[in-house]
Structure formats: structure tokens, C-alpha cells
Design a protein around this ligand. Structure first.
Ligand SMILES: Nc1ncnc2c1ncn2[C@@H]1O[C@H](COP(=O)(O)OP(=O)(O)OP(=O)(O)O)[C@@H](O)[C@H]1O
Length: 225
């Protein structure tokens, strides 16, 4: 499903090269659900951006669903991302002037018929407990409900890889753990692969697999971040 090998990634800052990631090998099987943990600034978000092809490494190979992401042009990476990756953000990233339904409709493939769209939207909003709220604006909903709508937006096309960057980070513990339980249950049922960054040890314990950046990123073994 995912294979990374010999990865080096650095950023250019004030004329200097700042090494951020060095990963010898990382393999993820289809359907794995992984909590990615590690101290602030250790490169967790950078790693998600590499997996989704938002950025590319200086060295190394990244294969996702059989595609060599490291070799694709920017436009091909955009397409790869649209077809293969669902993304959930800490702050939901819903458009405030649009209803939940319209927020999700924006990303649906043009090839879906009107009937297919309506059926899938109804199914998914029901699945996350928002059946009666889908025609409301984000501001009319709680933060947990907004994140549920963001889950619908990320999953409705069933992308093989779901990336989440602190999806419960702006929710209280109870709301956050309920939301994560729902997300994990859906990913298990649909056999979707999930890599989710979290700072919360209790949330991480809900996952079948935990990966610590201190083990993955070789730079963290010699340098403290
Ligand atoms: N575009 C960029 N240009 C320069 N430096 C960057 C850029 N993006 C990230 N960095 C640096 O890379 C390092 C890793 O950042 P990253 O956001 O991946 O860390 P993180 O582990 O996700 O942190 P946090 O848990 O605080 O969100 C940080 O030192 C950050 O300042």
C-alpha cells in the first residue's frame, strides 16, 4: 500500500538547509490504522505532506497505491491526491458560507449522477449522525459535528489512503474520543488505510498500531528537536 525508502527531506530557511526527515524504510499495509506520534516540530505534518505528494523528498522513493509519488510531476501529484487521498484537518476546513451538504458536494466526482450523489450524501450523513443537520451551516453546529461533516467529505469517495492531522486536536476529550472511535470503525469497515497524527496518548491507544517518530526519523536519534 505505502512504501518509503531512503527518504531525506529538508527545508531551506534563511539561506540554510534545515534537515527535517531521514527515514530508511517504512511500509504500511492496506487497511492499517496508524497513530503517528512524536514531539512538536519532529516532522509529523511534513511526513503526511510527503505521503500526499504536496511536497517531494530530495532523496528516496515513496510509493502509494502502486504509484511512484516521488517521480510524478506537480500536476500528476495533484491528480494522484484527488483520486487517492482523503485529508482531515484539525480545524475542519469547512467553507463557512456553505451548508454541510454543499461543502461535501464540492468534492464529488463529476461522473456521479444526481441520484448517486443524493444517495451517497444521505447514507454518509446518516452514518455519522448528521442526517437532520446536513442543510445547516457549519456555524450552526458544534465543533464535533463539524468534524463529522469533514469526515464525510474525506471519506465519501472512499479514497484508499486517509491522512488526518490532529483530527481531535481542537475537541474536548469526550467529543474527540467519540469522533476517533467513529473514524476508526468506518476505516475498519471499509478497509481504508489511516495515518493520523495525534499528541494525545489516550487517543493513540485506540489505534491498532502506533508509530513514534523517534523510531522512524533517524535525525531524532542524534539531535533533540
Ligand atoms: N515550508 C517550510 N519551510 C521551512 N521550514 C518548515 C516548513 N514546513 C515545516 N518546516 C519546519 O519543519 C519542522 C517540522 O515541521 P512539522 O510541521 O512537520 O512538525 P510537526 O511534528 O508536525 O509539529 P507539530 O506537532 O508542532 O505540529 C519544523 O521545524 C518546521 O518549522
Amino acid at each position: 500500500m505505502i512504501s518509503m525508502q531512503g527518504i531525506s527531506k529538508s527545508f531551506r530557511l534563511h539561506g540554510q538547509n534545515l534537515p527535517i526527515l531521514q527515514i530508511a524504510k517504512w511500509h504500511i499495509q492496506k487497511g492499517e490504522r496508524i497513530a503517528l506520534m512524536g514531539p512538536s516540530g519532529c516532522g509529523k505534518s511534513t511526513l503526511l505532506h510527503l505521503l500526499s505528494g504536496v511536497i517531494t523528498p530530495e532523496q528516496g522513493e515513496i510509493w502509494v497505491t502502486g504509484q511512484p509519488v516521488h517521480l510524478l510531476s506537480e500536476s500528476k501529484r495533484d491528480r494522484f491526491r484527488a483520486e487517492n487521498i482523503g485529508y482531515i484537518f484539525q480545524d475542519f476546513h469547512l467553507i463557512s458560507s456553505l451548508t454541510l451538504r454543499k461543502n461535501v458536494e464540492l468534492i464529488l466526482p463529476r461522473t456521479w449522477s444526481k441520484r448517486e450523489r443524493t444517495e451517497k450524501l444521505d447514507d454518509w450523513f446518516e452514518r455519522v449522525g448528521l442526517k437532520d443537520r446536513r442543510d445547516h451551516l457549519p456555524s450552526q453546529l458544534s465543533r464535533g459535528q463539524q468534524q463529522r461533516a469533514a469526515i464525510v467529505r474525506a471519506l465519501i469517495t472512499k479514497p484508499p489512503l486517509l491522512l488526518a492531522d490532529e483530527p481531535t486536536g481542537s475537541l474536548d476529550w469526550e467529543t474527540g474520543s467519540e469522533l476517533m472511535a467513529l473514524l476508526l470503525e468506518i476505516c475498519k469497515a471499509e478497509q481504508l488505510t489511516l495515518v493520523s497524527v495525534t499528541h494525545d496518548r489516550h487517543i493513540a491507544e485506540m489505534f491498532p498500531t502506533r508509530v513514534d517518530m523517534r523510531e522512524l526519523n533517524e535525525l531524532l536519534r542524534s539531535v533533540s528537536v
